[in-house]
Design a protein around this ligand. Structure first.
Ligand code: 9MR
Length: 578
C-alpha cells in the first residue's frame, strides 16, 4: 500500500487511561516536533524519540508518545510532514471485539447451516459435511487405507496403520481456510474459549459472556454462549476417539480431512473430496484429556451430566496416552497431493504437562500433581510465544490463575510474572511496541497469534500482581495488531482504516468471487511469516520480518484465518473488555 501514512498509529484508537504511542517512519536523525489535533485544533505537542533502524521492519523510525492525553474524541497525529490515519481516544473502543472475535467460531462450524440472521447478511451457508452430495462426509468416515500415507520414497508414515471402522465425526469447527478438522488445533482453541470464561468469572465480568451475549443458535438456552460454542467442538473431539476393541482404543484420531486439497473458492457443502480419519496420535489424545478436564470444571454448573462424562473422558484419554506415549503425527506435508495440514509435533512433554495440569485443577488428584512435578519440559516460556505446538506456557497460565491447593502455587505464579517481565523488557526494545521478539529475528507462521499469546502472559501477570504496568504492556502490544506496524495495516477485519480482509478461506473468498463475503468482522490474519511459504508471499522472501505479509487470499502462509489465532484474539479481547 503506497498511501500508508508514515505515522503509524493504532487505527482503532487508544483507551483514555491506557498508554499512547505511535511510530514515525523517517530518516531524520534528530527528534522532530509532533502535534496531536482534535477536530483540527492542536491539543498536545512534543518531540519524537529517534530509534534508528528497526531490523524487524527494515525502516528508520522514531517513537512518538502522547500518554498524558486522556480526553475522548477523534484525533490525527502529525510530524515530519506526515499525518496519521484518524483514530479515537475512547472508553468503548474494544467493546465489540470480544463478541465479534467469538462469533467467528460460529462461521467455522461444520455440520450445521449457518444462519445469516446470526452471522450477518451474506454470511448464510448450507451445512457442510452432513452426507449430502457432493459431500462425502462426515457421518461415517473411514480410516485412511493402509499405504495412503506413503511418501514418494516408499516410507509409510503411519507404519501400516489403518482400521476397518468408520466414525460419525460430524460437527466441530473447520480449522481455518481449509475444511480439515484437527484435534490438536481444536484443543488450544477450546482451551482459550473456556479459559477466557474462567478468567471473566475470576474478574467478576462473566455477565458479559452470558446467555444471549453472542449471535449463536444456542442463545436463550440458559448457558453462557461462549460455553455453547466451546461445547460444539468438545462434542466433536469426543467423537474422534478410537472405539473399544480397535487398535489404539481410547486414543484420539489426529484429524479428519479431505484426501486432496480442493481449490478456492469452495463452500464446505460443495466439497466433493473423500474424507478419512488419520492415525490417532498421543498429542491429540492429550489435547482431549486437557480440554475435557477443563470443560468438566467449567461446564459443571450448567450441565452436571455432561461434566461427569467429560471428567471420565479426560481421565481415560490421559491413561490411554500414557499407554502409548509416543505415537507421533508425522509431517504429512511431504506427501504429494495430501489434502490437509500435518500439525506434526515431535515433543509431547508439553502436551503431557498440559493434560496433567487441567486434570489436577479439575480433580485435585495428587497423581496428576506428581506427574506435573516429574515433567521435564523446559523452558516453559519462550519469547516466540505459545501455540498449538507449544502448550506448556498456556498450561502454566492456567496453573497460576485457576484456584488450587498446589503447594508450589506461589512459585508457579512468580514464574508467570518473571516471564511477563522478560516480555516487558523485550517490548521496550521494539519501536513498534510489540512484545514478540523471536530469538532468530524471524517471525513464525501465525506470528499474530503468537504475539496475542504473549499478551495473554502479560495479562495473567496483571491478574496475579494487580500491577498496571502489565495491562499497559498488553494495550501497547495490541496497537501493533491494529496498525502500528511496518505495513500500517490492521490485522483484524472490520477494525481500523486499513484492515486486512482477504484472509485465505475457501468460503470467505470475496477476492475470488464477489458474491461471497469477506471474513466476518473480528477475524484476525495469521500475519507476517519469514518463511513466505506460499506462491504469493514467496515474492517477499528475504524481506524484513514484519514485511513478509500481503493481504491476498492466495497467501496462505501469511494471511490465513484459523480457530487458534481467533481464540488468542478472543482471549485478549475478553481481557480488554474487563
Ligand atoms: O498454524 C500451523 C503452523 O504452526 C505450521 O507451521 C503450518 C505448517 O505445518 O501449519 C499451520 O496450520 C495450518 C494447518 O496445517 C492446516 N490448516 C490451516 C493452518 C493454518 O495455516
Amino acid at each position: 500500500m503506497t498511501d500508508v501514512p508514515r505515522m503509524r498509529v493504532n487505527q482503532v484508537g487508544y483507551l483514555p487511561d491506557g498508554p499512547k504511542a505511535a511510530t514515525l517512519v523517517t530518516d531524520a536523525t534528530d527528534p522532530v516536533p509532533w502535534r496531536l489535533r482534535r477536530d483540527g485544533v492542536v491539543v498536545a505537542e512534543g518531540e519524537s524519540q529517534p530509534r534508528g533502524h528497526d531490523p524487524s521492519a527494515g525502516l528508520d523510525v522514531h517513537v512518538v508518545r502522547f500518554d498524558a492525553v486522556r480526553e475522548a474524541g477523534c484525533f490525527v497525529l502529525e510530524a515530519d510532514g506526515a499525518t496519521s490515519d484518524p483514530f479515537a481516544i475512547d472508553e468503548g473502543l474494544y467493546d465489540d471485539l470480544r463478541g465479534d472475535s467469538l462469533v467467528v467460531f460460529y462461521g467455522q462450524r461444520s455440520g450445521i447451516a449457518i444462519d445469516e440472521a446470526l452471522l450477518g447478511p451474506g454470511y448464510g451457508r448450507a451445512a457442510g459435511h452432513v452426507d449430502v452430495a457432493p459431500n462425502r462426509g462426515d457421518g461415517a468416515v473411514p480410516c485412511l487405507p493402509a499405504g495412503h500415507a506413503t511418501t514418494a520414497d516408499g516410507v509409510d508414515l503411519y507404519d501400516g496403520w489403518t482400521g476397518g471402522y468408520a466414525l460419525d465425526v460430524t460437527g466441530g469447527w473447520y480449522d481455518a481456510g481449509d475444511q480439515g478438522k484437527y484435534v490438536v488445533n481444536g484443543g488450544i482453541a477450546v482451551a482459550q474459549l473456556l479459559g477466557l470464561y474462567e478468567r471473566a468469572l475470576r474478574a467478576g465480568t462473566a455477565d458479559a459472556l452470558g446467555d444471549g451475549s453472542l449471535r449463536v443458535p444456542e442463545r436463550g438456552n440458559g448457558v453462557p454462549d461462549v460455553l455453547d460454542e466451546a461445547r460444539w467442538e468438545l462434542d466433536w473431539m469426543l467423537r474422534m476417539r478410537v472405539p473399544a476393541g480397535e487398535r489404539y482404543a481410547g486414543l484420539v484420531h489426529h484429524k479428519v480431512s479431505d484426501e486432496r486439497w480442493v481449490g478456492l473458492p469452495m463452500l464446505p457443502a460443495d466439497d466433493p473430496q473423500p474424507r478419512y480419519l488419520h492415525r490417532p496420535s498421543t498429542a491429540a489424545t492429550l489435547n482431549l484429556a486437557a480440554v475435557a478436564a477443563q470443560g468438566a470444571r467449567v461446564l459443571a454448573p450448567h450441565d452436571e451430566a455432561f461434566a461427569t462424562l467429560l471428567r471420565t473422558a479426560a481421565r481415560d484419554a490421559y491413561d490411554a496416552a500414557q499407554e502409548h506415549p509416543v505415537l507421533l503425527a508425522p509431517d504429512t506435508n511431504v506427501l504429494a497431493n495430501a489434502g490437509s495440514g500435518p500439525y506434526d509435533d515431535a515433543d509431547l512433554d508439553d502436551d503431557f504437562l498440559w493434560a496433567a495440569t487441567e486434570l489436577y485443577l479439575t480433580t485435585g488428584d495428587e497423581r496428576y500433581a506428581a506427574d506435573l512435578r516429574a515433567n521435564p519440559y523446559a523452558p516453559v516460556f519462550r519469547p516466540e510465544g505459545f501455540d498449538w505446538n507449544h502448550v506448556a506456557a498456556w498450561s502454566r497460565l492456567q496453573l497460576a490463575t485457576v484456584a488450587s491447593p498446589l503447594p508450589e502455587r506461589d512459585a508457579v505464579r512468580a514464574s508467570v510474572v518473571q516471564a511477563a517481565d522478560a516480555l516487558v523488557d523485550q517490548q521496550a526494545t521494539q519501536p513498534f511496541g510489540h512484545p514478540y521478539v523471536p530469538t532468530t529475528g524471524r517471525y513464525d507462521w501465525g506470528s499474530n497469534g503468537l504475539l496475542l499469546n504473549n499478551l495473554a502472559v502479560l495479562a495473567a501477570a496483571h491478574e496475579i500482581t494487580g500491577d498496571p504496568t502489565y495491562r499497559d504492556a498488553v494495550l501497547e502490544g495490541v496497537d501493533y495488531l491494529f496498525g502500528r506496524n511496518a505495513l500500517g495495516v490492521s490485522y483484524v477485519t472490520g477494525y481500523g482504516t486499513r484492515d486486512v480482509r482477504n484472509q485465505h478461506s475457501r468460503w470467505y473468498s470475496h477476492q475470488l468471487d464477489p458474491a461471497l463475503p469477506h471474513p466476518p468482522r473480528g477475524t484476525v490474519s495469521g500475519g507476517p511469516n519469514s518463511d513466505c511459504p506460499d506462491p504469493v508471499s514467496a515474492a517477499l522472501a528475504g524481506s524484513p520480518a514484519q514485511r513478509c505479509f500481503v493481504d491476498d487470499i492466495g497467501a496462505y502462509g501469511v494471511n490465513e484465518m484459523t480457530i487458534n489465532w481467533n481464540s488468542a484474539l478472543a482471549w485478549v479481547a475478553s481481557y480488554l473488555g474487563g
